[in-house]
Design a protein. Structure first.
Length: 388
């Protein structure tokens, strides 16, 4: 026990001293001390902390993208610390940690039964190709940049005529000459003298103070010109009136009802995709396609089919667009009517399925915004209301 204390310091050194001085523990050996040391150093919540860190592993974090091999090493490192983590959990955590483009590229070549080494090999191949393409596109963008010309200092040439006098107004290296309108610091003696006489610290005259000095005009420079001190009161009054009008909420016509709608609920219904419940958004503004979440397909092991060439998804905002590269064919259960439907796979944040104009047109959907309900009429069947 003595040699163990030689390698400890601070709190662990005090624990060792107390362990040897206590009547109940001084006769115990090194193994019992190491158990006490483990309880002292490692918190009881260490497993929960390691599990939370394991689930938070991501390939891109804070703008920094790591190679997929480093992510795989991190996952195995946490598996060694938490033996309860299975290989199945490591596989799905690796898919969750991948960037979306890499996951789309590698997903058709892997499954849960693949060996870990072969899984990492496939991921490394696609990850290295993605990094090379990214570097090439970055270098090509840099090569098209025009070099910034460096300005040279101005050096006046000596005149050929000895009687020539240069015009210093256009000399860029000339220092500005001191002007009489600039304020010069007061000495202590001058400050005391002006304070005694009640004079101005700016013009050194009596009869007024610094803030009322007529020689010292406050000016505000802007893009439209220069404003004198006399214009500040008018501008301040105008700004205050504008702020007061802006604080009044806009109204519709002559009423007092605000234009902004306080109800921000989305029109959601419940459906099943291949017997799995899906959070479904009814959106008549999604035209031409029905969408399904890539995460939903991954969790429920729905096979993906590649689209060649990819389909461009145009967003509402100007210049915002995405690319869809896969589609699926599934059994869509409207909880009252079952049909086979083709959907494009997209990265959706809040919903599992977005039913666009194709599905709404086929089912003759009627949307009641007053009651926030949706009803459909399948072919050769009666109309019924969907479940919320």
């Amino acid at each position: 026990m003595i040699w163990v204390g030689m390698h400890l310091k601070d709190g662990t050194k005090m624990l060792h001293t107390q362990f040897r001085a206590n009547e109940d523990t001084k006769h115990l050996g090194v193994e019992e001390f190491l158990k006490a040391l483990r309880q002292y150093c490692i918190p009881f919540t260490s497993k929960e902390m390691l599990w939370n860190e394991f689930q938070a592993i991501r390939q891109t974090l804070n703008g920094c993208t790591l190679p997929i091999q480093d992510i795989a090493n991190k996952i195995k490192h946490y598996q060694m610390q938490l033996p309860c983590i299975s290989n199945w959990q490591c596989y799905h955590q690796l898919l969750k940690a991948m960037d979306a483009p890499l996951l789309l590229a590698v997903r058709p070549f892997i499954n849960e039964d693949i060996e870990w080494e072969k899984l990492i090999e496939q991921c490394e191949i696609h990850d290295s190709v993605r990094r090379i393409n990214k570097n090439l596109s970055h270098n090509s963008s840099l090569s098209h940049r025009r070099p910034c010309p460096q300005s040279k200092p101005y050096t006046p040439t000596p005149p050929s005529n000895p009687s020539f006098k240069p015009n210093h107004r256009f000399d860029r290296n000339r220092k500005p000459a001191p002007t009489s309108s600039r304020f010069t610091p007061l000495t202590q003696k001058e400050r005391e003298e002006l304070t005694r006489k009640g004079g101005c610290f700016w013009c050194r005259k009596t009869g007024h103070v610094l803030k009322d000095c007529p020689d010292r005009k406050r000016k505000i420079s802007s893009a439209v010109g220069t404003l004198d001190k006399e214009s500040l009161s008018e501008i301040t009054t105008a700004v205050q009136s504008i702020v007061q009008k802006a604080a009044i909420p806009p109204t519709k016509g002559l009423g007092a009802t605000p234009v902004l709608d306080s109800v921000k609920e989305h029109l959601l219904v419940t459906t099943k995709v291949n017997e799995d419940t899906a959070k479904t958004l009814v959106d008549q503004q999604t035209t031409g396609v029905d969408l399904i979440s890539f995460t939903f397909c991954t969790l429920h092991k729905i096979p993906l089919h590649k689209i060649n060439p990819p389909v461009t998804l145009q967003m509402t905002m100007k210049g915002s667009r995405g690319s869809l590269t896969h589609y699926i064919i599934v059994q869509l259960d409207w909880l009252g009517y079952l049909e086979e439907r083709t959907m494009l796979v997209a990265t959706l944040k809040d919903w599992d399925v977005i039913l666009g104009s194709p599905a709404l047109r086929d089912m003759k959907v009627v949307i009641n915004m007053g009651t926030m309900t949706v009803s459909i009429q399948p072919p050769e069947e009666a109309r019924f209301t969907l479940q919320q």
